[in-house]
Design a protein around this ligand. Structure first.
Ligand code: CIR
Length: 263
């Protein structure tokens, strides 16, 4: 099968259940620990929503040794053409790559490894014609350049961009709505990184809504952002909201809880 035309068409995904250690997940601010049962309920609803959108989801067992391992997006990238094992840019998460590698080797014929440096998958936005890699506190230039080499082996074009210093990941502030449209915060859009795309800007005060997740014909949006909901509904998209208030205490969005691809 040739490369999918729409970068948001998926039929397969991998997620990982949170372990009880998730309550000690990393956070940049001083947020309180999340409640394990509430995080689990949000995760269960997330997996159910992906399945409802037409995706077969493989749910991996928890990894108690890695509190942030529920965020499977960060240690790897997946495409129709193959997978790339990354190296998360914070010490406590580095071991997550080795933990997910056998699963990806089982699911993909081609599994490449990042040759050098550090990249978190949360800093990588895949569009139909390029893969944007945001430099951040987790993703360094060496890693981004190594990733561009790996992407080229899969026939993909990579582009290095910058991440606003106030956010964890590039994709904390943006997401793909369709092949020509990106949802973004004002602070990221004004840096000019999205040339060639139409941008929809989340209202001031709703920056947390920018990490939405388009899967097939549905856009999943975190609950509690009425202005962004109205903006996207007004643009004609089909929306569904998901509760993320508990998992957000450890800096999570919607994209980070799955790896998604069209098989
Ligand atoms: C971390 O700091 O690594 C986790 N607490 C949150 C990771 C969220 N990942 C993502 O948005 N891709």
């Amino acid at each position: 099968m040739s490369r999918p035309l729409r970068a948001f068409d998926f039929d397969s995904a991998i997620a990982r259940k949170p372990g009880t250690s998730v309550v000690k997940g990393l956070r940049a601010g001083g947020q309180e620990d999340p409640d394990f049962e509430a995080v689990s309920a949000e995760h269960d609803a997330y997996v159910a929503a992906l399945r409802h959108a037409g995706v077969e989801v493989q749910v991996l067992e928890p990894l108690e040794a890695f509190p942030d391992s529920v965020f499977v997006e960060d240690p790897a990238l997946v495409f129709h053409e193959g997978a790339i094992l990354l190296r998360p840019g914070v010490g406590s998460r580095e071991g997550e790559t080795a933990a997910i590698a056998p699963v990806l080797r089982d699911r993909f014929d081609r599994v490449l490894e990042l040759g050098a440096g550090y990249v978190d998958g949360g800093d990588v936005l895949t569009t139909s014609d390029r893969v944007m890699i945001g430099l951040s506190a987790r993703t360094d230039r060496e890693g981004a350049e190594a990733l561009i080499s790996s992407l080229a082996k899969l026939g993909r074009k990579g582009e290095i961009v910058h991440t606003p210093s106030s956010v964890l990941h590039f994709k904390s502030d943006c997401s793909l709505m369709d092949d020509t449209t990106i949802l973004s915060t004002q602070r990221l859009a004004e840096s000019g990184v999205f040339s060639g795309f139409e941008t929809l800007i989340v209202p001031e005060g709703e920056e947390g809504a920018a990490n939405a997740l388009r899967i097939n014909d549905t856009i999943f949006l975190a609950e509690g952002f009425p202005g962004t909901l109205a903006l996207l509904e007004g643009a004609g998209y089909h929306l569904a909201t998901l509760k993320t208030s508990e998992i957000a205490k450890i800096d999570a969005g919607l994209s980070c809880m799955s790896l998604r691809w069209l098989s």
